[in-house]
Ligand binder design. Structure first.
Ligand code: ISL
Ligand code: CA
Length: 544
């Protein structure tokens, strides 16, 4: 049995989690203070977003030194103490591993860009202009061209994210050796695995040909799941991963189940599991910057597809939120039924087959930020996209997009209590606190038996108690319904029924099974009728 299958992961975005010294920035000692809170919730694994030394152009996803901690967050000593405190509580730690690109302030890049003769020049992807133009038509995930001019060598360098995040050249064997050293450094300190940032972008097709078709999506096979992906991952597996008791989750953009199985299928095991984003299109087209109305089918369809496709062969990761996504209760729930819909979403995602992930604040139903001025936003992608949107729209309209889609929606400081700045910090927070903290905060949640936090706690307990949550198969009912989500799980004579009403009205439905023969394990309402109340969710357990 691979332990990651029983993991319940909590993602910490350290800058916004807890500030221990009141400089307005979350830090490692802040995390240590809150470990008992996480232990109480019941999670057994923490994924920590980057805490490495960084100029913070992309909030830490631009690394300047892979083997040191950003002073604002603490020291390596603090880190070791934190890891020890986690392990003492039976909590494992997986680190964010950003190896597709570095910061433009990484010493490798500073050297690389000086001269074509630098030994580091080949660590990155430089190319001459093509007939006076950029080397090819590739676009950055953050908008605009993926190429930036470098005067000293009269070349362009590739950046699939911000221009301060140059892509590494994985073709270079020395670079790969350096990366392995970094992995071993952290694993030898005792970390339990990695969440591998945009891992399916490592390999770029030889010659870097222009793509044909829609930007980004047309990069499939060229710089998305490129030709040497398996070669690189097999090498990491052989030289590093296989030598430790660890797990990896690969963040994979634009991936389908078939390609994912190529990485995760048991026997191949290049990665333990992947994050895909297909269900994140339930309220948008391809990217969150092209919003459309949320429809339940658009959420269920891709998730079911992944459930069926990976059954018995691979392993899914289950998430509705992370630091790049707006809050799920705004997107898929309903703020008029805040409590009910937040709990229902938890029920829906947590009971599927795979490893569940909770993003900080999700367990108390935190909501989008909704700032009114651009200077309140900090995220580089948000500012890039705002500029692009302004070419087409008025400020007012562009702001509407930003409010809906900005990554800062989920990066606002964690709401701990009713004190100043939600108890996150006594200093001025680096990103403004959501004013709704008086109503939505951890302290109130802990006090109240019926809170979202306590509901998550119950769900986690059930998951630990009944193996059918972990190992059961998945069978969907009413796949075409835009109101009802209904699936079952079966394992060793036990059957679970998971039934959720995604609408704000009463919902009558045919239960398929005789519910009198089942035990109601969990219900997000006190009431239990033969129809569902708005956003009601129930889990039944029975035999078969
Ligand atoms: O959020 C996105 C754009 O709206 C996604 O495309 C996101 O950029 C993509 O999922 C990759 O994300 C990861 O790598 C980025 C970093 O900015 C994100 O925070 C990280 O999760 C570059 O390192
Ligand atoms: Ca601090």
């Amino acid at each position: 049995m691979r332990w990651y299958k029983e993991s319940i992961v909590y993602q910490i975005y350290p800058r916004s989690f807890k500030d221990s010294n009141n400089d307005g920035i979350g830090d490692i000692r802040g995390i240590i203070q809150k470990l008992d809170y996480l232990k109480d919730l019941g999670v057994n694994t923490i994924w920590l977003s980057p805490i490495y030394d960084s100029p913070l152009d992309d909030m830490g996803y631009d690394i300047r030194n892979y083997c040191d901690i950003l002073p604002e967050y603490g020291t390596l000593e603090d880190f070791k103490e934190m890891l020890g405190e986690m392990h003492k509580r039976g909590i494992k730690l997986i680190m964010d591993l950003v190896i597709n690109h570095t910061s433009d302030e990484h010493p490798w890049f500073l050297e690389a860009r000086k001269s074509v003769n630098s030994p580091y020049h080949d660590y990155y992807i430089f190319k001459k202009a093509k007939e006076g133009k950029k080397p090819n038509n590739w676009k950055s995930f953050f908008g605009g061209s993926a190429w930036e001019y470098n005067e000293a060598t009269d070349e362009y360098f590739l950046h699939l994210f911000s221009k301060r995040q140059p892509d590494l050249n994985w073709e270079n064997p020395e670079l790969r050796e350096e990366v392995k050293k970094i992995l071993k450094f952290w694993l030898d300190l005792g970390v339990d695995g990695f969440r591998c940032d945009v891992i399916n972008l490592l390999s770029k097709k030889e010659g870097l040909p222009s793509t044909k078709g829609l930007p980004i999506i047309s990069g499939k096979g060229i710089y998305i799941d490129g030709p040497k992906m398996h070669e690189y991952l097999q090498e990491l597996k052989k030289d590093v991963f296989s030598k430790y008791d660890m797990f990896t989750v690969g963040e994979c953009v634009l991936i389908d189940p078939k390609t994912a199985l190529g990485y995760v299928e048991e026997g191949i095991d290049e990665l333990s599991m992947v994050f895909h984003f297909e269900h994140m299109n339930a309220d948008c087209f391809l990217t969150k910057w092209l919003p459309r109305k949320f429809k339940l089918r658009r959420l269920k369809k891709p998730l079911s597809k992944w459930q069926y496709a990976l059954v018995d062969k691979g392993w899914n990761s289950l998430f509705l939120e992370n630091h790049d996504q707006p809050r799920s209760v705004n997107r898929f729930g309903n703020l008029n039924f805040h409590l009910e819909s937040a709990k229902m979403l938890a029920t829906y995602i947590f009971s599927q087959k795979g490893t569940p992930y909770i993003y900080q604040g999700q367990e108390i139903g935190m909501t989008n930020a909704h700032y009114t001025r651009m200077d309140q936003y900090q995220d580089v992608e948000t500012h890039n996209m705002y500029k692009i949107l302004r070419r087409f729209f008025s400020h007012k309209k562009a702001m509407k997009y930003v409010q809906k889609s900005s990554r800062d929606n989920s990066r606002t400081p964690m709401q701990w209590n009713r004190n100043k700045n939600a108890g996150f910090s006594e200093g001025k927070p680096w990103l403004e606190v959501n004013p709704n903290y008086l109503g939505i905060n951890a302290e109130e949640n802990l006090k109240n038996e019926d809170s979202i936090f306590n509901y998550y706690k119950k769900l986690i307990r059930l998951r630990k108690k009944y193996p059918v949550f972990v190992h059961g198969d998945y069978r969907e009912h009413y796949a075409r319904s835009n109101k009802l989500a209904y699936y079952e799980r079966n394992y060793k004579g036990k059957k679970l029924l998971i039934i959720c009403n995604f609408s704000s009205k009463k919902l009558y439905f045919n239960a398929i099974y005789d519910l009198n023969k089942f035990k109601l394990l969990l219900n997000n309402y006190q009431e239990d009728f033969d129809y569902l109340l708005p956003y009601q969710a129930k889990i039944y357990l029975g035999d078969y």
